[in-house]
Design a protein around this ligand. Structure first.
Ligand code: NDP
Length: 291
């Protein structure tokens, strides 16, 4: 059994991106510039945006966080998005989700220019991705593809079972793995909360991707011997063994599932570190549009 180290892969990709930025700068080209818009005081969102800012710094990007009050109206946010769309200095930007309830996330996603949509959530990018065209791929699925590539995991002809059908993880990764080429050429099944005989379906997976959001949901009896297991889930649970008073659990019951696997991602240190790197990849790609 091999433990897939997202930390190791992310560190390698971070180095590669940093080297490309250094090359750009040496040629007199402006550094990539990423802006994050953060509305309200959601603790997890503040942490995620902090990590993104830190990663930008590490790879040599310019970055800025636009902080807006919880009471910001949809109209005010759409105005900010419009100005970021028009700002020639800004290569790409994200609006950190979730947004306060009185703002329509869908309207916001659709207002972001597809050319600067480095989260890859705008329907134009989604449509392009599904059509196999050049697009910004959402960060988490892209991170999973990078892990499969790095570990040279065979995907051709494999049955991939994805549990979860969200627009940010389940659907896009299912789509990408069904595409022609590597990593892809899988036969894909998508499961969700209405799937009948879920255990039996998941047990058929040569590759199982769990993106559910329920701690330790996937147990050993759901996994076929030798399967590749990618655990996307992150759930914070109280713990008296850590300084912070909590620990992170994945969607997979790691201790009992790992011995059955050929490859498995741990939580933390698996998919998580890859998500931020893929956002950096997309921002670099956005910056290259002006080269
Ligand atoms: P969503 O809540 O948007 O989607 C969860 C999906 O799981 C839904 O499709 C839901 O089905 C399905 N589901 C829920 N319960 C069950 C069940 N009992 N049986 C089968 N399917 C079920 O979550 P996300 O996709 O946004 O995130 C999933 C997890 O991944 C979360 O823990 C999140 O924190 C984590 N995450 C981690 C990232 C990382 O960087 N590592 C990045 C993004 C997310 P239905 O559609 O029927 O409701």
């Amino acid at each position: 059994m091999t433990i897939i180290s997202g930390k190791e892969v992310a560190a390698k990709l971070k180095q590669d991106i940093g080297a490309e930025v250094a090359e750009m700068v040496a040629k007199g080209i402006r550094r990539p510039y990423l802006v994050a818009v953060l509305v309200g005081n959601d603790g997890a969102s503040q942490t995620y945006v902090g990590h993104k800012e830190k990663a930008c710094h590490e790879v040599g990007f310019e970055s800025k966080v636009v902080r807006m009050d919880e009471s910001t109206t949809e109209e005010e946010l759409l105005k900010v998005i419009d100005s970021l769309n028009k700002d020639p200095e800004v290569d790409g930007f994200i609006v950190q989700l979730p947004l306060p309830k009185h703002i329509s996330e869908q309207k916001v996603i659709e207002a972001i220019s597809p050319l600067k949509d480095v989260d890859g959530f705008n329907p134009e990018n989604v449509g392009r991705m599904i059509s196999g065209l050049d697009a910004y791929i959402p960060a988490t699925p892209d991170g999973i593809m990078e892990l499969l590539k790095y570990y040279q995991i065979e995907t051709k002809g494999k049955h991939c079972v994805v549990v979860g059908r969200s627009n940010i993880v389940g659907r896009p990764i299912a789509n990408l793995l069904s595409m022609k080429g590597y990593p892809g050429d899988c036969t894909v099944t998508i499961c969700h909360s209405r799937t009948a005989n879920l255990k039996e379906v998941v047990r058929q997976g040569d590759i199982v991707i769990a993106a559910i959001g329920q701690a330790e949901f996937v147990t050993a009896d759901m996994i076929k011997e030798g399967a590749v297991v990618i655990d996307v889930g992150i759930t914070r649970v109280p713990s008296d063994k850590t300084k912070s008073g909590f620990k992170l659990l994945g969607d997979v019951k790691y201790d009992e599932v790992a011995p059955k696997c050929s490859y498995i991602t741990p939580v933390p240190g698996g998919v998580g570190p890859m998500t931020i790197i893929s956002l950096m990849k997309n921002t670099l790609k956005a910056a290259k549009r002006r080269m």
